[in-house]
Design a protein around this ligand. Structure first.
Ligand code: SF4
Length: 698
């Protein structure tokens, strides 16, 4: 191994929120192999993406020069998505010309419309420093809080409920706490596919005797290791969880002392939950009343119980309510704040935790400090030398709506791909086409970049220095392993170049200086200096002192709320926004697959991963396939009220009867042409997990 590589660089995996530490083996300026390193979240393990998904970095499709749209090239939402004809649409340009054009376009819209005419999407794949700079550029440069990123499509509802319930949007305990738990609930998450190394810890704990309860409308491999596998009806999370809360209260399984000391709202919950008996909820959620009782008893009476959840919980119009129920379970039973207990939303992208912490969301400055608080705002105004927007900004889907309503007319999108990831793609792509000025900064000519006026060639994760915060709150350093191709530049450098063209006079001399400025505004990072990160490579936040280890388990004594107490918020039954009917009789749910990450921009260009899963598929229960006269492997069209796509039919016994599952990573058949853009009213997250659909031979 050592002979093969010329150099080995310590870094961190670029894909999921698990944050596996890696040793990147380099030869002739290219990555030739990636090994797992002994990090706190992986102990030398890697999954198939981390191990084999690296050659996208050296793809011949990398952007190597700035591009400017040709004068005569119309913006169309339906451009054929091949990389072969891009020079018919764009011309190559110098960095000076491209940056001038980008700055002029944004400035012109700002002059015409003020901050209301501008919006920015930063990236959860970039570093903390890049997330910090991106939100600062939009806020300082354009006096607007219209800045967001893919957390809005991921765990925004979880964060809304957690901030309301316990005053913090991050996990209360790492997933490695599974080893100490007596009982684990995994709900609406498929860690074997989406957080594979975390799944190994969960399975290992189950093997060692921890009781495992898996709740998912689709079957999954983790159910083989589970004591209870609850395949509940899609969209009925609140009914199932309220029935569990009903048992906890009616059988007096709650922790009276804990509630008295730490939580408000119990009496309201008690009054509200009385009608949600397991017997009443059984026909709603499809889980036998006695099973609901057994699960409630197991969770509440175990010494130490922990809950993990994913986007099956959060991506609903009732996503915030789903999480409120989970918080209520933890607060009523005192299953939080001790080793082996807690609440853990498994974060998606490698740096979605860090990007959110750094303020890349429309409601808050870094460290979740509200933009609407005058004292906090004036602190940033003094530091940044500009008047800042006193009102929270628009979120991802709201920004697309506002463009089409004639509001926002210029956008800066760094490393995100809304032309694949936003719901109701006809609507989203039309919005991108409508923009007067669209600046896209990325490593590939993504589906979003096809709509751009200016394209800035950026850096892959393996080409730059930066910090990344994983789902466990571990801040870790990613290091440059290979040079950037052609004229590509590091994202943080491009942000500085653009900011200075906007007259912001940024003088950072490198990534450590950006980190230290960001840290000055973030109490959570107070004791984690750049030097400490350089020395230790990974530190959990918050840490009590410069040499104290980070706190893995939070909120043993109190919560970071105004009065230090948690808040139990009861939830009502809210049906999915669109129910099946005679025209669209099936339930469509979308998500990820093991080999491909999110919109596929990286993993579809990774040779091994794309060889394993090379074509768009829709999964359906084999009985439904034969009942509808279809055949596995045939081309089918899946249609909803918003669009239709054609793809290959795959039989999957894990998919319940009456359901379809489509991964959203395939540009050839983008699942989000079908999805419902209706939003959860609190987290503003779209309902990716449920809409009405039909299927027919293509
Ligand atoms: Fe990378 Fe996540 Fe796989 Fe670890 S589990 S190797 S972080 S994709």
């Amino acid at each position: 191994r050592e002979v093969y590589a010329e150099e080995t660089v310590d870094s961190v995996c670029p894909f999921c929120g698990v944050g596996c530490l890696t040793s990147v083996n380099v030869k002739d300026g290219k990555i030739v192999k990636v090994d797992g390193r002994n990090g706190p979240a992986n102990e030398n393990r890697l999954c198939v993406k981390g191990r084999f998904g690296f050659d996208y970095v050296a793809s011949p499709q990398r952007l190597t020069k700035p591009l400017i749209r040709r004068e005569d090239a119309p913006k169309r939402a339906d451009l054929s998505l091949t990389a072969d004809n891009y020079l018919d649409v764009f011309r190559e340009a110098s960095w000076d010309e491209a940056l001038d054009r980008a700055a002029d376009g944004l400035s012109k819209s700002f002059k015409d419309k003020g901050g209301a005419g501008i919006a920015g999407f930063g990236s959860a794949k970039g570093s903390n420093e890049e997330a910090y700079l991106f939100q600062k550029l939009i806020r300082q440069g354009f006096q607007t809080n219209n800045v967001d990123h893919c957390t809005r499509l991921c765990h925004a509802s979880s964060v809304a409920a957690l901030m309301e319930g316990i005053g913090s949007g991050a996990v209360t305990a790492p997933f490695t706490a599974a080893a100490e738990a007596d009982c684990m609930i995994v709900i609406g998450a498929r860690p074997e596919q989406n957080h594979p190394v975390a799944a190994t810890y969960i399975k290992q704990a189950a093997k060692n005797g921890t009781k495992l309860i898996v709740m998912d409308p689709r079957g999954q491999g983790l159910m083989r290791h589970a004591d209870y596998g609850l395949k509940f009806k899609p969209g009925t999370d609140v009914a199932m969880l309220n029935a569990i809360l009903n048992v906890i209260i009616s059988e007096e399984l709650y922790d009276e002392q804990y509630i008295a000391a730490h939580a408000d709202g119990f009496e309201t919950l008690k009054a509200k939950i009385v009608d949600f008996t397991p017997e009443a909820m059984e026909p709603v959620c499809g889980i036998a009343a006695e099973t609901l009782r057994e699960v409630a008893r197991l969770y509440a009476t175990s010494q130490k119980s922990i809950i993990f959840w994913g986007m099956g919980v959060s991506q609903h119009v009732h996503g915030t309510d789903n999480v409120r129920c989970l918080i209520a379970m933890a607060l009523t039973t005192g299953q939080i704040g001790r080793p082996g207990t807690g609440l853990h939303p498994l974060r998606g992208q490698n740096n979605v935790q860090g990007a959110s912490d750094a303020g890349l969301i429309p409601m808050v400055f870094p460290d979740y400090r509200p933009v609407e608080n005058a004292d906090i705002r004036s602190e940033f105004e003094d530091a940044w030398g500009r008047t800042l927007d006193p009102v929270r900004g628009l979120t991802v889907v709201e920004i697309m709506d506002d463009i089409l309503a004639g509001g926002i007319e210029a956008m800066y999108i760094q490393g995100e791909n809304p032309a694949m990831s936003d719901p109701d793609q006809n609507h989203a792509r039309k919005a991108l086409t409508t923009l007067k000025h669209l600046i896209v900064q990325d490593i590939f000519l993504t589906e979003t970049a096809w709509h751009a006026d200016v394209i800035l060639p950026a850096s892959a994760h393996a080409e730059k220095l930066g910090t990344y915060t994983n789902t466990n709150r571990q801040v870790q350093i990613g290091r440059p392993c290979v040079p950037m191709p052609g004229d590509a530049r590091a994202d943080w450098q491009i942000l500085i170049d653009l900011a200075n063209r906007l007259g912001l006079n940024w003088t950072y001399d490198g990534v450590p200086a950006i980190y230290e400025e960001m840290r000055a505004y973030m109490a959570s990072l107070a004791n984690i200096s750049w030097d400490r990160l350089e020395r230790d490579g990974t530190v959990t936040y918050p840490a009590d002192g410069p040499d104290e280890p980070g706190n893995e388990i939070l909120f043993g004594q109190s919560f970071p709320t105004a009065d230090g107490r948690g808040k139990i918020v009861p939830a009502d039954l809210v049906p999915p926004s669109e129910l099946p009917d005679a025209d669209f009789p099936l339930v469509l749910t979308t998500g990820r697959m093991l080999e491909h990450w999110h919109t596929g921009a990286m993993t579809r260009r990774a040779t091994v991963l794309d060889a394993i899963e090379p074509e768009p598929v829709v999964s359906m229960n084999p009985r439904d396939i034969s009942a509808q006269g279809l055949e596995t492997g045939q081309e089918v069209t899946v249609e909803t009220r918003r669009g239709a796509i054609t793809l290959t039919l795959r039989a999957d016994r894990d998919v319940s009867k009456g359901m379809l599952f489509i991964p959203f990573c395939f540009f050839e058949a983008p699942a989000n042409f079908l999805t419902n853009p209706q939003l959860d009213p609190f987290g503003k997250i779209p309902e990716f997990k449920f809409c009405a659909a039909r299927i027919a031979p293509a």
